[in-house]
Design a protein around this ligand. Sequence first.
Ligand SMILES: [Zn+2]
Length: 306
Amino acid sequence: MTGGVASRNTLLSLGATPRMIDHARSVRLLQPIRRGIYASAEADLDQRRAIRLGGKVACLSALRRHRVWAGLDTRLHVCLRRCAHDLRIDEAASVGLSALSRRSDTNFVADPGAPRLHWQRSEPRDVAESSYQRDWLMPPLVSLRQAVLCQNEEHAIASIDSALRTGFITKSQVDRLFTQLPARLQCLRAEIDPTADSGNETVVRVRLRRAGFVVETQFPVPGTSRFDLLIDGVVTLDIDSRRWHRDDAQISWDFDKALCSFGAGLPSLRILPRHIYESWPQTSAVIRRTVSEAKELRDLRRAQSR
Ligand SMILES: [Zn+2]
């Protein structure tokens, strides 16, 4: 109910007695991790690090544990009260995701190293009183606002897309979010599209539209599943985010999908996260050339058929 970490006050409000808490401590069901805050065996490393540091899991770390897109920064993001003292930064920096455990879609634990600290003046007003996770986790809207301010624009848009798609926040909460964002970020609102399947898809969509392409999302082609993007009406593009586990059935499906697209007269491209984040100039040049040649061919055929 409390997500593995709770303060003494929360436990008492849930019906525990001081005797029960003492007993749970003596048989090591509860471990004190900071004054008045206890962890059960369920608590993970992010929670323990944030509490030991004197704060709460926040920003990208809060999003990631709800499977909301949180960009490429895998540090622990912690929110601290302005008056926080006795910060155990070195202790929190020394641990993190073990080098032996591979990062996966479901493994959200942050890397070791100095956490990214967010400071706040007072308790946020958005805290849901019913949330028993408030002792260690920042609420959704606060975390999303921190994440928008903490990332570049394309990842900020991707986090909002993903938060909407996964139901992490509602549409009306997005309205509230933008009332709390600075003027320079108001323009991002027009770029939000929660139909995006993944954060990587959002990033590519944003880059292509900003480069002047007309981009449709979730484009249907007969005989197969929807393509992530259709560029200038002539080229389909899928962004393969399944970085960690691909099986033969999926690979076979992808081959069929490309054939269906070409069969519908639309050249098709498929890219991986590394084509977005490690070699975008080359990737973008390939997309530009493929789109340009497909448009030339389309125009030529139109001229001939007249
Ligand atoms: Zn942050």
